[in-house]
Write a protein that binds this ligand. Sequence first.
Ligand code: ADP
Length: 280
Amino acid sequence: MNNLITLQNVSFSYPGHDKKVLDSVSLDIHEGEFLAVLGYNGSGKSTLAKLMNGILLPSSGTVFVEGLDTKDENSIVEIRKKIGMVFQNPDNQIVATIVEEDIAFAAENLAYEPDEIERRVTNAITAVGLEKHRFDAPYKLSGGQKQRVAIAGILAMEPKCIVLDEPTAMLDPVGRMLVMKVIKRLHDEQGITVVLITHFMEEAAQADRVIVLSDGSVCEDGTPTEIFSKRSRMLELGLDVPVSTQMASLLSEYGMPIDRNVITPEQFLIAFSKVSGGKS
Ligand code: ADP
């Protein structure tokens, strides 16, 4: 797999602060990958995300996006087209008074022709399932719908990768589920590379790969099953494992010969039905 984003020995301190928020991080993010980033508050996740499309520049080391150095001013527009960012608070990301205008905003700034913008907005709005709200005022939408508008605005730039920094943290459970469905579909059906920062273990379980940050370093890197098979390590890092994994562990401790390596509700049901005599 080709590398889309490469961090080489990246350290970062905020101006005026001595503390290294990121300390010698080296990381390859492959094209088409769905990467989840976990870590306790303050471990450096948001800073890492902002380094990926040049919002922040490394204090030392290098970040490459398809070979382009984020420190190179001549590459930054190209880099921002390739790597879109979605943040936690949907209200801070809405800039226009009509949904379709909001979605068109970033693409318009790239000076595409009106027909091309129309095509991109239509594709983006369909991808997030908000066709019915195209001409609505964003303030009338729910938090989850607004977050999908924000995602559509990024999609209209046709990025290779979308980096989402806790996009569901402010949403209710239904909003969270629908936003996750959109993210998963973009990855599975459109092949978009996804970097998802989250503190929901259930969301990380849907990724291809999980990394865990601790004190500015990548301390774990593996498949969700590998990462969540180490519950005591996760607790040590201020995190936990998905509820399905916890339930399988509990049943196993109570003597049921159930597969403990389950991370999703579907996997739990299959494992449970195998040992309880039910249908799988
Ligand atoms: P996380 O996303 O994992 O919560 P952050 O990347 O937001 O972590 O923050 C990592 C560290 O950097 C924290 O100690 C935080 O206080 C500090 N930090 C974040 N933003 C700034 C800033 N603008 N100026 C100074 N320190 C900051």
